[in-house]
Write a protein that binds this ligand. Sequence first.
Ligand SMILES: [Zn+2]
Ligand SMILES: [Zn+2]
Length: 109
Amino acid sequence: MATRSFRPSRRGRRPSAQDVDALVREAAEAARARMQGYRERSLAIHGWICAKCAREFDRATLHLLTVHHKDGNHHNNPPDGSNWENLCVDCHDDEHSRGLLGDWLTGRR
Ligand SMILES: [Zn+2]
Ligand SMILES: [Zn+2]
């Protein structure tokens, strides 16, 4: 059998897709900037390690380490880090699928 080139010919990309893309990216960046403050602190206080599975992180993987709010309140950010827990995305997901489902998925703003 001859090899067929598997290149998608036309992907019917709507012009507005780019605008949506930009909007999404903008929102994500704003959320990240807002989050940056306590995330940095939490990482500094608790270290680049998952509090549950003890997985360690470095610069290349650090984006997979997230900050969990123990009481589920993203506005409760005591500077001593007592409401934060550094969790890898897997453990974080797990944490929220147990009951507090929602703040990780929808409460990132
Ligand atoms: Zn983990
Ligand atoms: Zn969380």
